[in-house]
Design a protein around this ligand. Structure first.
Ligand code: GLU
Ligand code: ZN
Length: 473
């Protein structure tokens, strides 16, 4: 499969857009095909400088490498539409010569008036073909320097196609507007450029969002006009916000992709979660590495109904992908979330953090009482529920005694001894140890408390236990 991702440089890439890129990339990798990146920058008004660099950065961060496109080149370039104006110009001439397109010199005001009238009459707003019947006049006007746009002349009849995701789709050409193909500034519109490029770049499968279904008849008509075989189409459903109704918005979990990195999400989890938006794996197993995804992904298991962004699933997958990462990589990644720590320190912290992190950012909170003093948060009940003040005091005394006797040299033994001690007083270890959590970490939960003691070492462990004792009296 030769597939493409064709973003417009008009702003930040979000989960939904990127999910479509993931689908295309998986198709290419799974079939030993090619993934092509094309920048669709023909809409100069919506252009936001810097967007291209962000597109490259997002794809690179997620590990979606492209075989052809900007920065890497390829045999079908250039891959930036604004550098292909000659190609579109020639294609446009071909359409005019074949009678599939015509020039239009209507002013913006005339078009506005036309649309207003159509609206008043409750008719669909579309070009009325005013210029089609006066092409000689239009030619004279153009020769005199009047700005003109080229419009597609929609054919008669009907277009139908079997969409890989959407099923059998059909439109009457009579219902479709004569869109502008070439603007008066010489720039093509999306419709002309996308067809010329998908053909020129030998794209076999066009994978894009369902919002482009209404444009597809225009594209198919253009393929017919050029005498080219159209590619296959797969219009994948949109990603909706968690309420299942609105489009993905920031409020519903959709952020700029790179923001997820700052929040402590790992790219493996993001790609995994994106793949599950609208596609389900044949074996039902949701946790997948990139290799798993490549092996299992296929368009025929993409559902034809909107996908719903699932923040909880993303968190769950993120925790699992973090736990699956090799030490070295995690130690590297944690630098951002544990600023100022050495590699060695992060290596020592890692065994305590690994099982407890949902995002890498959790490391900041989890490690805080280990790297500094615990926060004295008085909102936690102390002694905690199910533990009397007397047992809490005695437990802390016992812990100090054992630690002084070198108990931190073997924390498994220390734990066993204190468990037995609590058992002798009819207190469950789970309840009793909450006393130690609050003493050592300042909160009733966190990293494994005996490992924490070993990390902060004897002196600090004793000081913190003593401070807790003072709090009890
Ligand atoms: N440039 C279009 C976009 O930004 C691409 C649509 C397509 O894939 O055909 O969505
Ligand atoms: Zn006109």
């Amino acid at each position: 499969m030769r597939v493409r991702f064709a973003p417009s440089p008009t702003g930040l890439l979000h989960f939904g857009t990127m999910r479509t890129a993931v689908f295309a990339w998986l198709c290419a990798r799974g079939t030993k095909g090619q993934f092509i990146l094309r920048i669709e920058d023909t809409d100069q008004e919506r252009y936001i400088p810097g967007s291209e660099a962000q597109i490259f950065e997002c794809l690179t961060w997620l590990g979606l490498d492209w075989d052809e496109g900007p920065e890497v080149g390829g045999a079908h370039g250039p891959y930036v539409q604004s550098e292909r104006l000659d190609i579109y110009g020639q294609a446009a001439e071909q359409l005019v010569a074949g009678g599939h397109a015509y020039w239009c010199t209507c002013s913006g005001e005339r078009l506005q008036e036309m649309r207003d009238k159509q609206r008043e009459a409750h008719l669909p707003t579309r070009y009325d073909r005013h210029c089609l019947t006066r092409q000689d006049e239009v030619a004279t006007e153009r020769a005199a320097g009047k700005p003109a746009a080229l419009r597609q002349k929609m054919p008669e009849g009907r277009c139908e196609w079997d969409d890989i995701v959407g099923g059998h789709l059909g439109f009457d050409y009579a219902d479709i507007d004569d869109s502008v193909l070439l603007k008066s500034d010489g720039f093509p519109t999306y419709h002309l450029a996308v067809v010329v490029d998908d053909h020129g770049m030998e794209i076999s499968h066009v994978i894009r969002g369902t919002e482009w279904v209404p444009s597809t008849p225009k594209h198919i008509a253009l393929y017919e006009a050029f005498g080219w075989a159209p590619p296959l189409f797969a219009h994948v459903p949109n990603v909706l916000g968690e309420d299942g109704k609105t489009k993905l918005s920031k409020r519903h979990g959709a952020r700029f992709i790179l923001e997820y990195g700052e929040l402590g999400y790992v790219p493996q989890a993001i790609v995994n979660a994106m793949a599950l938006l609208g596609w389900s794996p044949p074996d039902g197993e949701e946790f997948m590495t990139k290799d798993d995804l490549i092996a299992k992904f296929s368009l025929d298991r993409v559902h034809n109904s909107p996908a719903i962004f699932d923040a909880k699933r993303l968190d769950d997958l993120n925790g699992r992908h973090i736990r699956a990462l090799p030490d070295e990589e995690l130690i590297e990644l944690l630098e951002y979330h544990l600023p100022g720590t050495s590699k060695v320190t992060r290596g020592e912290l890692l065994p305590m953090l690994r099982e407890r992190m949902v995002t890498l950012a959790d490391a900041t909170i989890l490690a805080a009482p280990l790297l500094g003093e615990p926060e004295r948060n008085t909102s936690y009940e102390f002694p905690p529920k199910k533990v009397s003040a007397e047992v809490a005091r005695e437990l802390l005394d016992e812990c100090i005694k054992l630690v002084k006797a070198g108990g931190l040299k073997d924390i498994t033994e220390l734990r066993t001894k204190l468990t037995a001690w609590l058992d002798g007083r009819g207190v469950k270890a789970r309840d009793g140890f909450r006393v130690l959590y609050i003493a050592i970490l300042g909160r009733p939960a966190g990293v494994p408390v005996f490992d924490a003691m070993a990390f902060i070492e004897e002196e600090k462990t004793i000081t913190r236990c003593q401070a807790a004792l003072t709090r009890l009296t």
